[in-house]
Design a protein. Structure first.
Length: 334
């Protein structure tokens, strides 16, 4: 481990402590370079930065499930040996729009601290006031300085100690930015409506229940806790639909629901050659169910010179199968 003058270290450490803000302060400052890195909708992003650089983290467009970001800093051995020689700080209210060609900024410094004498540093930066993050021995839980409405996170490195080796300029931090999600996911309903005789969608009101509670989904989309859920679609115009589905963390679950007309349906299952009449109208196509009106109907079968007549009281929301079977009963006689 390299050593430096104890007096120098104490003086610089005292100066850095003085910099630690009780209240946010506005500063005009210059960086050597601005590093721009963009967080994807899911997954991590990486970049490298020097001891006098700024790192600008651009948040993803969809921050529905983002409650914080974790910033993992890999510290070069030379810098770790000279602990407290480099500080990191966060700024808000920048008067200039950061980009890779800008080096001069004016902004409000919200937090500052020094790089410790170890090879890695994990920072957790909350983006929500009511977050579920807990302090632990492996990371530093920072105060909330940004919100989900902010477009960027501005982080700056700066040298705060004299007498460091010239080799410092050749060392770079490896920075990995990871999302920290809330334990929720998105439900997206994909609703298909029945069509009329002109193939136009029949759109009527329906009510959505999730886990036995009525909910109002905006654009058929809602945010739910992770785990298993039960969906019910109730309507006076469609048949009731139920589904069981799973929500995964920070993921979208698409649930396809085909709404069915409440009009009762009728299907036939008869021997080949059977003549079928519904309300005295002959029926020719029996391969698929067809719609009938609610109320009483007369079904008549004719097969092999025999005629069978049956009444049907059809009710909305029900499906019926008219089954004609011919049975032969053989008994033993003495």
């Amino acid at each position: 481990m390299k050593t430096i003058c104890i007096y120098t270290r104490i003086c610089i450490f005292t100066a850095v402590c003085f910099l630690l803000p009780v209240f946010a302060t506005t500063e005009v400052f210059r960086v050597h370079k601005t590093i721009m890195t963009k967080m994807p909708e899911s997954g991590n992003t990486e970049c490298t930065a020097g001891i006098n650089d700024a790192v600008v983290i651009q948040l993803p467009q969809d921050t529905s499930f983002l409650q914080a970001i974790e910033i993992e800093i890999k510290i070069p051995e030379d810098i770790a040996a000279y602990w407290d020689s480099v500080a990191y700080s966060f700024y808000t209210d920048l008067q200039q729009t950061p980009d890779s060609t800008r080096i001069d900024y004016t902004g409000t410094r919200m937090y500052i601290n020094t790089i410790p004498g170890r090879l890695s540093l994990n920072l957790v930066l909350p983006l929500q006031e009511n977050h579920s993050l807990k302090q632990n021995p492996y990371s530093v839980l920072l105060p909330q300085m940004y919100s989900l409405e902010d477009k960027i996170i501005f982080m700056r490195f700066q040298l705060v100690m004299k007498g460091i080796p010239e080799s410092f300029d050749k060392n770079y931090f490896l920075i990995t930015v990871k999302p920290v999600y809330v334990d929720k996911g998105r439900l997206q309903l994909d609703i298909t409506y029945p069509v009329d005789g002109e193939q136009q969608s029949i759109k009527k009101p329906y009510t959505v229940y999730i886990d036995e509670k009525q909910v109002a989904l905006e654009n058929n989309t809602g945010i739910l806790d992770t785990g298993m859920h039960h969906l019910s679609l109730i309507s006076d115009y469609y048949r009731n639909e139920t589904r069981t589905f799973s929500i995964e963390q920070a993921q979208t679950t698409t649930l396809v629901v085909q709404l069915r007309d409440i009009t009762p349906t009728l299907q036939f299952s008869v021997p080949v050659g059977t003549e079928i009449f519904l309300d005295e109208n002959p029926v020719s196509n029996i391969d698929t169910p067809f719609l009938i009106t609610q109320g009483e109907h007369i079904i008549r079968f004719i097969v092999g010179g025999y005629e069978v007549v049956q009444k049907l009281q059809a009710v909305n929301g029900r499906s019926y199968i008219a089954n004609l079977s011919i049975d032969i009963d053989i008994t033993e006689s003495e």
